[in-house]
Design a protein around this ligand. Structure first.
Ligand code: ATP
Ligand code: MG
Length: 426
């Protein structure tokens, strides 16, 4: 693995990191700089500063999955060029976000006998390896193995067993895996766009870096990213990721419902939805009207805004009911003390947060990746949480404070497997 342009700039005591979010509706490339002198100077966290963003309209992606490699590569190229123009930096390597209905998250348990006097990295690696030893079909790739915590001699709740004495070490891990072909196709699209993929990262793990606080993750929180094609719901508690699911409903379903219900084009439906959309009839007034039919000027007409809301409300109810089912199925409803954080472009629709609160029966806030500073106006939009998060995820790996011990070891394994798979070296 090598690190493209990042290597070059490292000589100048700077580290530049790029997060690439290839979404269903837009591609965004977020460029950040990791430099300890950034502290207190508009930095996000840990000395990371956003230098700029490039975006393009996404083509060739459906519900997070590549349907046309050439079109996807062209959209990626366009977003990266845009970022290069904005920041004046040449981009060769990226942290890439992965999502889609093919992603699955399973928990697994590992246990080993400790022979040494105290637990070291070797023991931690081997207990994680034992948890990883579950049957994963050959057409799937493990993206992440995330330890939720450890137990030493049966005592649970240990976050870092380094240096502890004991004869039995256990761990619970979350294994995030995806369909190898889907992962390969997205990496291939990046390569066609002239980019090296440093790591492929399950999107919510990155978004969490951008919008969740350590306290929220510690106390228990659900993060819901409502994108164009998919909605990811992810749960964190005791400071660690504990489950995630990808639902095949996103903002595009709302748009399609409006297009069909009002008999207008998808393009106009998207415009009307963004401008007048609302998910709660109780938030609209009886006399509010919306003009439709602007695609064909001669046939414009006024309709009550209520008609639009009557289309959007059931879809939003369906979405949050599915999320509630996931939450209940995993027995997590009692452990989300910090409630719910909504993000993604879909959260911008009026009433979404109130409906989430009503159906999930939890407090809700909207998570924005940048709250102040020069970029807050544009990059503060919740649709950039994943792009910013990917950049932060990459920055964390470069940070001098980062422990390269466990996760890197695991991830290197995952990436080399993907690379071997791509070059047919199995
Ligand atoms: N003001 C708004 N009101 C309603 N919906 C909005 C608004 N702004 C954006 N959206 C919707 O948000 C969706 C895009 O969100 P986002 O950019 O997070 O998705 P994406 O990352 O491209 O897709 P995905 O994450 O599913 O791959 C679109 O469906 C769009 O219509
Ligand atoms: Mg997205």
């Amino acid at each position: 693995m090598h690190f493209g342009f990042i290597k070059e700039v490292a000589m100048k005591q700077e580290k530049l990191i790029v997060g690439l979010d290839v979404g269903t509706t837009k591609v965004s490339a977020v460029v950040g700089e990791l430099n300890s002198s950034n502290h207190g100077n508009g930095d996000l966290r840990g000395g990371v500063k956003i230098l700029g963003i490039g975006t393009s309209t996404s083509k060739g992606i459906r519900k997070g999955v590549v349907t046309n490699i050439e079109s996807t590569a062209a959209s990626i190229r366009e977003a990266v060029r845009d970022a290069e123009k904005t920041t004046g930096i040449q981009i060769n390597a990226v942290y890439l976000g992965i999502t889609g209905g093919h992603i699955s998250c399973i928990s697994s348990h590992g246990v080993i006998a400790v022979k040494e006097k105290e637990i070291g990295q070797k023991e931690i690696d081997s207990v994680i390896d034992s948890a990883k030893a579950v049957a994963i079909p050959f057409d799937r790739e493990i993206l992440h193995v995330i330890p939720e915590g450890y137990a030493v001699n049966g005592q649970e709740g240990i976050t870092d067993p380094h240096g502890m004495g004991g004869v039995r070490l256990e761990t619970n891990v979350q294994i995030v895996s995806g369909d190898a072909t889907s992962i390969h196709n997205l990496i291939r699209s990046c390569e066609k766009a002239g980019l090296e993929v440093i790591e492929a990262v399950y999107q919510p793990l990155a978004s969490a870096d951008a919008i969740l606080t350590e306290d929220e993750k510690e106390l228990g929180v659900a993060m819901i990213d409502i994108g164009g094609g998919t909605t990811e719901v992810s749960f964190f508690r005791d400071g660690s990721f504990c489950h995630s699911a990808v639902l095949a409903i996103g903002g595009n379903n709302f748009t399609n419902d409006v297009a069909i219900g009002l008999r207008i084009s998808t393009q106009e439906a998207e415009y009307i939805k963004k401008k007048y959309g609302c998910t709660l009839l109780t938030m609209t007034k009886d006399d509010e009207e919306v003009e439709i039919g602007n695609d064909e000027e001669s046939t414009t007409k006024q309709i009550p805004r209520r008609y639009l809301v009557e289309i959007l409300q059931p879809r939003a109810e369906e979405l949050f009911s599915l999320i509630k089912e996931e939450l209940v199925a995993k027995g997590l409803e009692k452990s989300l003390n910090s409630g719910v954080v909504l993000t993604g472009g879909g959260v911008l629709m009026q009433g979404m947060d109130v409906m989430a609160e009503n159906i999930l029966e939890l407090p809700v806030r909207t998570g924005s990746p940048v709250k102040n500073g020069e970029h807050a106006g544009v990059i503060g939009n919740p649709c950039y949480s994943t792009g910013v998060g990917l950049m932060l995820y990459g920055a964390e790996e470069f940070s001098p404070d980062h422990s390269y011990d466990k996760d890197d070891h695991i991830f290197t394994g995952a990436m080399s497997k993907i690379k071997n798979w791509m070059s047919g070296k199995f």
